[in-house]
Design a protein around this ligand. Sequence first.
Ligand SMILES: NC(=O)c1ccc[n+]([C@@H]2O[C@H](COP(=O)([O-])OP(=O)(O)OC[C@H]3O[C@@H](n4cnc5c(N)ncnc54)[C@H](O)[C@@H]3O)[C@@H](O)[C@H]2O)c1
Length: 276
Amino acid sequence: MRLKGEVALVTGGCTGLGRAIVDRYVAEGARVAVLDRSVAGLVELRKAHGEAVVGVEGDVRFLDCHREAVDRCLAAFGKLDCLIGNAGIWDYMTQLVDIPDDRIADAFDEMFAINVKGYILAAKAALPALYESKGSAIFTVSNAGFYPSGGGALYTAGKHAVVGMIKQLAYEWGPHIRVNGIAPGGILGSQLKGPEALSLQNRCISTIPLDEMLGKVLPTGRVATAEEYAGAYVFFATRADTVPLTGSVLNYDGGWGVRGLIDVNLGAQLDKHYAK
Ligand SMILES: NC(=O)c1ccc[n+]([C@@H]2O[C@H](COP(=O)([O-])OP(=O)(O)OC[C@H]3O[C@@H](n4cnc5c(N)ncnc54)[C@H](O)[C@@H]3O)[C@@H](O)[C@H]2O)c1
């Protein structure tokens, strides 16, 4: 029960990583408000967690939706200790050359409106309550916040922008509120969708064999599940263990940044020496 008595607000908490964070936070003793556009997902959450969760239907592209989520969180639980900006979409690695001229501006606007503006508006709406609680904010980044090949130019640029936002807010909000990011790699169990402007709104990342593609090249040898990612969010929200933690982004991606370019499977050497 590492989060007993704590209150969090999670955007995009209905499926994938966000849902795993909500489940884990409740198991750790927290109460959680969720802002998500999935009505069915919010009903599911209520069924699973009852009074421990308050669901707010809304779109992260609008400040009013974030304000309503914060208000409902405060009305239900009396405070907000931790904002988790997490709702996002992916561009399915669509290369710039393949985006038609008549769609590029809309595709950019949609990607940035959800993945970047959605976080900035969440931060704006949650600021007074976080100031009051001397709380913290955690934003979901991605391996694409650091490296190419985790998305196309739209997704990669947006996630890099999020890293900049985290550093700036950590600077602006200290010493009152800590601001950090977690940058997962591929997530098993996610239902990540794409932008409508690229006709990718019904595509689901679960149709891509992520484990098969990445397991061979990642130093960890496999892709983690949404549940396996959730523990870092508990740690980042644990006040007593994170006193010095602000302005940082955890590379939490199976080793994207340290994988070999020539020999991707050096661990096989260890097997040669030690496998019985
Ligand atoms: N899936 C991956 O492999 C992966 C890898 C790295 C980072 N991420 C990041 O993880 C985060 C969570 O994604 P996920 O993989 O769990 O995807 P997901 O689609 O399973 O979950 C995203 C949630 O956000 C909600 N959402 C999307 N757009 C919204 C909007 N405009 N307004 C309100 N709610 C909205 C969805 O309804 C859903 O509940 C995203 O920021 C994503 O970029 C995902």
